[in-house]
Design a protein around this ligand. Structure first.
Ligand code: GLV
Length: 365
């Protein structure tokens, strides 16, 4: 039976029953929007106006000035985002109304990094067209090179653009494939040099394990140098606006620096890639292929140039799926799952006024 003392929480999606049950067991009254689609904006606003203490959100909800203004008037204590990214949350508005919002960094690092590596392999080794051959009964005979060949990954050169948590985890996976890593750190992530030094020691250990096998390598280089030399380019930067930002970091000009035999992988944020430019490059054969998990507009619009059927053999498209491992998404353990971390962050703010997962710490300044 809800009581006036029970803090009320509205979750715009079922982020995971086990984690939400823990919240209930801790004395919270939790309402969950039951549909797969995002709730209408007016519904979120109405819940906030009704005086909830916590709002659990996902990347598909617009959390803007209107929501924060209503929250400030009605006693909203925290917005807890069930994702590491927060492009859907207006940070300036949160700051104006001094409402903290949290996110879930750390728990999805490996799931995202391994997914980036897997889709790199999927596009390079042509897993999709190869499976289609079998499914469509077009697998005629075994032949040395008909109807197509893929490109190997082991020993190739990979540009790792962005050396934050996920970029580093992706780089670690590439080390095991004896790749040559050209790391780019546009934002100057702290500790990048230390990471390169540690990775070099790992490569020495691998070399000792397999004497005579060609060793991999790792260096920190400029974007231009990395793009020009890479067989694979994998993006791991946040979406940053402004003159030194990352919006359309990959555009006609930077695509032109890449080799026509190279592949582009994006599991970061859609707007980092100028999609029309990418489609043009793929169509013209100025790039071998791409694998994308994120898009400028999600879900991917029907009219997107990326849907051109002529690109189907060389362009893999995924539904923002990189963190979609069962444990990563749903575990109630705050050290393993996004749901657990999201709920923990919400409780930390409501119960003790702080959490290590608050994004807009500037409100405490
Ligand atoms: C997924 O893209 C996330 O930001 O968690």
């Amino acid at each position: 039976m809800p009581s006036a003392l029970q803090p009320r929480v509205f979750a715009t999606a079922d982020i995971g029953a086990a984690a939400l049950d823990r919240l209930r067991a801790a004395g919270y009254e939790v309402e969950v929007y039951p549909r797969i689609e995002a709730p209408p904006y007016e519904l979120i606003l109405a819940r906030v106006q009704s005086g909830i203490a916590g709002l659990i959100t996902t990347l598909r909800d617009r959390i803007d000035e209107g929501i924060f203004a209503a929250g400030a008037a009605a006693g909203l204590k925290v917005v807890a985002q069930d994702a590491v990214g927060f492009d859907n949350i207006d940070r300036a508005a949160a700051d104006r109304h001094r409402i903290p919002f949290t996110h879930t960094p750390g728990v999805l690092t490996d799931a995202t990094a391994e997914f980036a590596f897997f889709i790199l392999g999927a596009v390079a080794r042509k897993l999709w067209p190869a499976e289609k051959l079998v499914r469509e009964q077009r697998w005629g005979a075994w032949h040395p090179y008909h109807p197509m060949l893929g490109d190997e990954v082991t020993g190739k050169t990979v540009a790792v653009v962005g050396l934050g948590r996920i970029g580093r985890a992706f780089a670690q996976k590439c080390l095991g494939f004896a790749m040559h890593l050209l790391c780019v750190e546009p934002a100057g992530a702290p500790g990048a040099d230390g990471f390169i030094a540690g990775a070099s020691r790992v490569l020495e250990a691998f070399a000792a394990l397999a004497p005579g096998a060609p060793p991999g390598s790792i260096r920190l280089v400029s974007l231009r140098e990395a793009l020009a030399a890479a067989d694979f380019v994998s993006l791991h930067v946040p979406l940053l606006e402004g003159p030194n930002g990352t919006r359309h970091l990959i555009n006609d000009e930077t695509l032109g620096w890449m080799k026509p035999t190279a592949y582009l992988i994006n599991t970061s944020r859609g707007p980092v890639v100028e999609e029309a430019a990418l489609a043009r490059a793929l169509l013209a054969g100025r790039l071998a292929g791409a694998a994308l998990d994120v898009f400028a507009t999600e879900p991917l619009p029907a009219a997107s140039p990326l849907r051109d059927p002529r690109l189907e053999d060389r362009l893999r498209l995924y539904p923002h799926f990189a963190s979609a491992g069962a444990i990563t998404r749903l575990s109630p353990d705050p050290d393993r799952g996004m749901a657990g971390r999201c709920v923990q962050a919400l409780r930390d703010v409501i119960e003790r006024g702080d959490s290590p997962f608050i994004v807009n710490r500037e409100i405490f300044a």
